[in-house]
Design a protein around this ligand. Sequence first.
Ligand code: HEM
Length: 532
Amino acid sequence: DEKHSAPNGRNGHNGHDKAAGEDARTLTTRQGHPLSDNQNLRTLGNRGPATLENYQFIEKISHFDRERIPERVVHARGAGAHGTFEAYGKVGDEDIAKYTRAKLFNTKGKETPVFVRFSTVGHGGHSPETLRDPRGFAVKFYTEDGNWDLVGNNLKVFFIRDAMKFPDLIHSQKPDPVFNRQTGERIFDFISNTPEAMHMVSFLFSPWGIPANYRQMQGSGVNTYKWVNDKGEAMLVKYHWEPMQGVKNLTQAEAEKIQAKNFNHATQDLYENIKKGNFPKWELRVQLMSDDEHPELNFDPLDDTKIWPEDQFPHLPVGMMTLNRNPENYFAEVEQVAFGTGVLVDGLDFSDDKMLQGRTFSYSDTQRYRVGPNYLQLPINAPKVRVATNQRDGQMAYHVDAAPGQNLHTNYEPSSLNGLTEAKPAGPDHMPEYNGRLMRQTLDRENNFEQAGERYRQHEDWERDDLINNMSGALAGAAEVIQTKMLELCTNCDPDWGQRLREGIAHAKEMMMKDEQAVEEAEEISHEAKPY
Ligand code: HEM
């Protein structure tokens, strides 16, 4: 099959002639030895015992024993695809160069290759794709200036606004450390003590918490970044992906129907649509804001629990992404790909968003552990431009990141012996001025409930009904103190939300009792098997 054959020259094949009895598809060991028996151990007689010098067998099994690397601590379950990003050469109707000198955006029609990984967050690598969870939406742009990663989610806001809280947030949503099941009680124990999470809750427990698939969902960078122009001036920027396929979400009941038959439906949907040429597309849109504290707003622009209102900060299109090629190998590409919020190109910068700064440490740190210190030498992670560093060695160093003609003895800088030299700055540095006290304090203008209440009222009726049902179900079995705190938080967002949740929890408790009876009855009529 031509389509599934490896390109010539792969694996460093040196083109030596084949031995007699061998052709291009002959099985070999990893040492290049042709393998004539892949079925039988070498044994003393055909009933064994086996010998220890079974080199091929030991190679095969011991490699198999090491086939897994640690899965991502979050976002372990994912699917990915290759594609391209095509720039519009402007931002909305304006000249984009006014705001950013990033080259990938500057010319109409400029194409940049991308790799995208979508994911769920809380559970393991083969968990159902119908679970209530944010969805990851991570894009690696292989630009002419090196890689840019935009590591986003489908929802535009997040649970917390300080990176210090991230491990606690995640622990509360992961399976219980004793009996290894996720529980509504632990999730809402954390949330009921984290009022800034209410905006996220208003989405996550509605159908927006279960996108129908990966193609029909939005994406967002969530955190605030900066754009820097050729004078070194900066604007705050937020990124959003708008799917040309539309947005589709599932109620809990719809998700359960799918999950009963298929827990891989989103991975399957993405792969099969790309395979049949139905390429999904997303438009990249940005919101821009001048780089200051904006005292006129009732929230801080660096608070990732808030949406920047679209009527004041319009979504301005900058380009279109098309996913048009499936991975050849899930592990090599989707599992080993490594995205990070620190991976920016010239013309893009960090803001002071405390979540973004915490994230930026976390990603490459975990990847040095999860994939290995040389993860950037893997083809899926390597930039598609020249790489010339003095970083050397470490586990699985695959090649030397040297420049052509570089003196290979000179793995340091500065040097007069034909080593690497620093680049000229692409433009003036963005140099914001700081004057403040070092402290541990949350942002002013917390305003935890207003946008959450707006979202509650903006939901369609069926979305609001589902939100109440899902929260009631998750809270019905929780300790009363957690129910009480959640009722208070919801009431603060909108009194109707509090009232309906109170009724919902009472109803869900009754249903729980009925369910328990039904399980007992079902156990009575279940078919017992005879031991043999
Ligand atoms: C994955 C940390 C917040 C989106 C990860 C991983 C870590 C992490 C350690 C695993 C990376 C890997 O193994 O390659 C954090 C921390 C956060 C944070 C410390 C807060 C302080 C967020 C937010 C978003 C987000 C707000 C959404 C904008 C993602 C995505 C992935 C991911 C999409 C999966 C990337 C992939 O597909 O490989 N995060 N995260 N994270 N995170 Fe975060």
